[in-house]
Design a protein around this ligand. Structure first.
Ligand code: OGA
Ligand code: NI
Length: 196
């Protein structure tokens, strides 16, 4: 895994974000997707808000995905494996970059056709604990033209398609990004590595 970690870290240091495709296996991705969809049909996915507790504005003109916060100690085998892999990455990141990450929060996100998330940064103005954003897409069989790309506003904006298994990693403080309108159900597990 060291090569995958290095690719993510080196591109983050170089341009503020990195992306890799072959960290999790096809069966792990499939398992996570099925777990997400099982929870989606059996549990309550909240309308996502913007801002944090002190500043909660449910603003549907800014984003209209639905989210479900994961239990970091989940006993579901696929979620547990996800967090196990994530913990290894965090150990590597802390060891090589002295980042001091000591907590995280992750949610599933479902963007139904027509959903989007306008340009924003992930760090709250009144809470700086979110240091890195980490997304793994779980979309099934994404095709060119399905929309829902992640736009990252670098000097040259780049578009990342939300293909199952693709991971994106970026600085939460200052990387502006947007989710373009999707025309197909778009699935992800999205979270933040934090210092408390
Ligand atoms: C977010 C976000 C991007 C994506 O949840 O803050 O920007 O590609 N997600 O899902
Ligand atoms: Ni974001």
């Amino acid at each position: 895994m060291q090569q995958v970690y290095e690719k993510l870290i080196q591109s983050l240091l170089g341009k503020g974000f990195g992306s890799v495709d072959h960290w999790f296996s096809t069966s792990e991705i499939q398992g996570l997707r099925e777990t997400l969809l099982y929870r989606y049909s059996n549990e309550n996915f909240a309308i996502a808000g913007i801002g944090n507790q002190q500043n909660l504005l449910k603003e549907k003109s800014i984003r209209n995905d639905r989210i479900y916060w994961l239990d970091n100690n989940s006993h579901n085998e696929f979620e547990a494996k996800f967090f196990q892999e994530l913990n290894r990455f965090i150990d590597y990141l802390n060891f090589t970059c002295f980042t001091g990450i000591n907590s995280y929060e992750f949610h599933y996100a479902v963007y139904e056709p027509g959903a989007f998330y306008k340009k924003h940064v992930d760090q709250f103005s009144n809470d700086k604990r979110r240091k890195f954003s980490f997304i793994m897409y779980l979309t099934e069989d994404w095709q060119e033209g399905d929309g829902g790309e992640l736009m990252i506003y670098d000097e040259n904006p780049i578009k990342i398609s939300p293909e199952g298994g693709r991971i994106v990693f970026f600085m939460s403080e200052n990387v502006e990004h947007e989710v373009l309108v999707t025309s197909k159900q778009r699935l992800s597990i999205t979270g933040w590595l934090k210092t408390s």
